[in-house]
Design a protein around this ligand. Structure first.
Ligand SMILES: *Cc1c(COP(=O)(O)O)cnc(C)c1O
Length: 462
């Protein structure tokens, strides 16, 4: 019974999310955020973001011993937008950063250093120094980075919790480019390589200040049991290290992120609750209160909360195929365009007033605006026929899509707007990011250095 009602709730949640999205598209057209002069936008469902964060927190609270410290640190790379980071912070979610830019965004959003984790595989001495000065948690990726931490820890006291990232080498998922725990992954210390495990244990034995252990084994395409295996390996290593040291030196396990997202339908699967239960079954010691926990979910928190909506500029036919030429392509859906097999997106059709389009399904391509033939948002999709002035929406694009602009053809970054129901039948919008202006495109493309090359001469050549 309980199971049935949970399923019922999640079906309702999915239906409500779809209804909010439809209202947002209609509202964006009605309010002029979307139209002939704003041909592509990103929309963010603030209600959905709040629901996802609540689900994440509840999932871990349900399995962790009362009082277990849990920091959910949002992987900033998934949706690097300051207002999003501040909203998440207000909902109790910290930040996982992997570059100076991401750290700057987290700081601009007001995320406390004590709720921030730095994980990049290529941290410079300056980045490490700043992180330790601020008290941000750092996970060393490799022995050379640990050398640098040695020097910094010797030079000045720090409040930063410090750890090592390990790659348990449990294997990848169905998408190579996002699999982090393969035999030859570039991330962390490859635990099964000869001598590596003993090196890690000694590293902790020799450094009483190393108090964390980090692994990030999941990603899109990785099944839950494999994710749990990676976490189990890290847990077992922490137990081994603490036993060898003879005290609970490792007090916190950072289990990374990587929960896959269902791009094929409205349903949220797997859920955080399912993942937490798999972890509790496979790695029970993880939740018995002896370890604090850090998680680093990105895609699973934001993907379903975002929608790209683009105007159909032209509708045409070629070789018997209908093609809707829209303003959303490789610049906002880079992965999908370059690897459509791995990253298919659902497309929804709306009419020129922003209402869901009805009518018989027609197999058609949904093309982007870029000047190469592969710039396709979707191919051979059965949709109500998209006509000039209609809108095509690419669903589940709140992470790694419209926030990850790719400047092909100098296409401008679209505006991004957050929305909530306005209490009547409409929606209220807030600007998350202004659309990029053409003056900015010129500026960011060397506009201030227009004569740089025509005036550059080999000295002495006249
Ligand atoms: C990318 C990344 C994450 C987030 O991954 P998602 O698949 O977006 O959940 C978490 N931790 C680290 C170290 C990462 O590189």
């Amino acid at each position: 019974m309980e199971h049935e009602s949970v399923e019922h709730d999640s079906r309702n949640a999915a239906r409500e999310r779809a209804a909010r999205r439809d209202r947002a598209v209609r509202g964006a057209v009605a309010q002029g955020l979307l139209g002939p002069d704003a041909a592509v936008v990103g929309l963010l469902d603030v209600t959905g973001i709040r629901e996802a964060t609540a689900a994440l927190k509840a999932a871990f609270e349900a399995v962790a011993a009362p009082g277990t410290p849990v920091l959910h640190a949002f992987a900033v790379k998934a949706t690097p937008l300051v207002p999003v980071l501040r909203l998440l912070d207000a909902e109790g979610i910290g930040a996982e950063v992997a570059s100076p830019g991401e750290l700057a965004l987290a700081r601009a959003a007001g995320v406390e250093p004590s709720r921030t984790v730095l994980d990049s595989p290529a941290k410079t001495p300056a980045e490490l120094r700043e992180a330790l000065a601020l008290g941000i948690a750092v996970n060393a990726d490799n022995p050379q980075e640990l050398d640098r931490l040695d020097g910094l820890v010797r030079a000045a006291p720090t409040r930063s919790p410090l750890g090592i990232r390990v790659n348990p080498q449990v294997g990848g998922g169905t998408i190579g480019a996002t699999s982090t725990a393969t035999q030859t992954s570039k991330f962390g210390v490859a635990l099964r390589d000869e001598g590596a495990r003993e090196w890690v244990v000694r590293a902790y034995l020799e450094r009483p200040w190393l108090s964390r252990l980090h692994t990030h084994t999941g990603s899109q395409g990785v099944p839950l049991p494999l994710m749990a295996r990676g976490v189990a390996e890290a847990y077992a290593l922490a137990e081994e290290i603490n036993a060898r040291v003879g005290r609970r030196q490792i007090d916190t396990l950072d289990i990374g992120g990587g929960l896959p997202v269902n791009f094929a339908s409205e349903a949220t699967t797997p859920t955080y609750a399912q993942y937490a239960r798999v972890l509790a079954e496979e790695v029970p010691g993880l939740f018995d209160g002896r370890y604090g926990l850090v998680t680093e979910f990105g895609r699973s928190l934001l993907a379903e909360q975002g929608t790209v909506v683009a105007r159909v500029e032209y509708a045409k036919a070629a070789g018997g195929r209908r093609i809707a030429v829209t303003h959303a392509g490789v610049q906002v859906a880079t992965r999908t365009v370059y690897a459509p097999g791995n990253w298919p997106l659902r497309i929804a059709a709306y009419d020129r007033t922003g209402r869901p389009k009805e009518g018989p399904l027609v197999v058609q391509d949904v093309a982007g605006p870029a000047c190469f033939s592969g710039d396709m948002l979707a191919q051979a999709r059965a949709l109500p026929l998209l006509e000039q002035g209609d809108y095509a929406a690419a669903l589940d694009t709140g992470a790694y899509y419209f926030a990850h602009h790719y400047a092909y053809n100098s296409l401008v970054r679209p505006g991004i707007y957050g929305f909530v129901p306005d209490g009547t039948a409409g929606v209220a919008f807030a600007t998350v990011r202004e659309p990029q202006r053409l003056t900015e495109v010129v500026e960011e493309s060397g506009g201030a250095h227009a004569s740089a090359l025509t005036t550059l001469r080999t000295p002495g050549s006249g």
